[in-house]
Design a binder for this molecule. Structure first.
Ligand code: BTN
Length: 245
């Protein structure tokens, strides 16, 4: 993997990126990005770290990645979309990760809402956090697996393991942004139609942990706002999905 640094990031990233902050170590790039947004960070500002001491995951979980093992990035967006459609931005990030990995010859898929899987194991997770007028898209991609913590090793995979060789984090980040930019600035229906193509949850029986309880049913669609639609008519806006068969 190439060393991450401010200059290498500036050199590698597409012009859509309006600013970059790099931290060898920070608590959470999402927290940093939200703070920067309150100070006026523009649409397309990126916070990248080599290591997080308090990486945040969905549903109140942690995101753990040893130094140098992954891509940890948060992107400040100032969306023109109605707040009701903001969940589409998280889905767009999942699509962008899939399209980037597919471009490397891999076969990714999405578990609703936006866990990216390779060979049934998680390679990337996305945490979208919102404040008035701002959405921060936090994306973690496992790159090197040799140093994966034992507690997640059986359910996680790194891009290098799947690719069978060394992978440049900067190239992955540049590819990811290249796919993401037109999606977040384009029409929302395009996000959903591309999302459905990558989503491996559809057509599967699922158990969804809603926080307040569990629901089990067949997943049949993702609606125009990004919610998961179950055969019995339930429309799920947020939850943790287990794909059953
Ligand atoms: C998930 O639970 O799957 C979402 C994980 C999101 C992790 C990324 S790493 C970069 C960004 N900063 C954070 O604190 N979290 C996100």
């Amino acid at each position: 993997m190439n060393d991450l640094g401010l200059q290498s990031l500036i050199d590698a990233l597409p012009a859509w990126v309006s600013g970059v902050r790099f931290f060898p170590e920070t608590d959470s790039t999402n927290r940093r990005a939200m703070l920067w947004a309150t100070e006026g960070a523009a649409h397309g500002s990126l916070v990248v770290a080599d290591f997080q001491t308090a990486g945040r995951g969905r549903m109140g979980r942690d995101w753990v990645a040893p130094p140098g093992s992954g891509l940890l990035v948060s992107i400040v967006l100032r969306p023109r979309l109605e707040p009701d459609l903001h969940p589409l931005l998280g889905l767009a990030a999942g699509v962008a990760v899939c399209e980037c990995l597919a471009g490397m010859g891999l076969e990714p898929g999405l578990k609703w809402p936006n866990d990216v899987l390779l060979a049934g194991r998680k390679v990337s997770g996305i945490l979208a956090e919102a404040a008035p007028g701002v959405v921060v898209l936090g994306i973690g991609v496992n790159i090197g697996l040799a140093v994966m913590p034992a507690e997640i090793a059986s359910t996680s995979i790194g891009v290098e393991e799947a690719a069978g060789g060394q992978v440049d984090r900067l190239e992955v980040l540049a590819g990811l942004i290249g796919h993401l930019a037109p999606l977040v600035d384009g029409p929302p229906d395009q996000v959903i139609s591309r999302y459905r193509d990558w989503c491996r949850t559809l057509g599967r029986r699922v158990r969804v942990d809603l926080g307040s309880g569990l629901v089990e049913d067949l997943a049949v669609d993702v609606d125009a706002g990004g919610s998961l639609v179950l055969a019995g008519g339930a429309v799920i806006r947020a939850g943790d999905v287990t794909q059953l068969r």
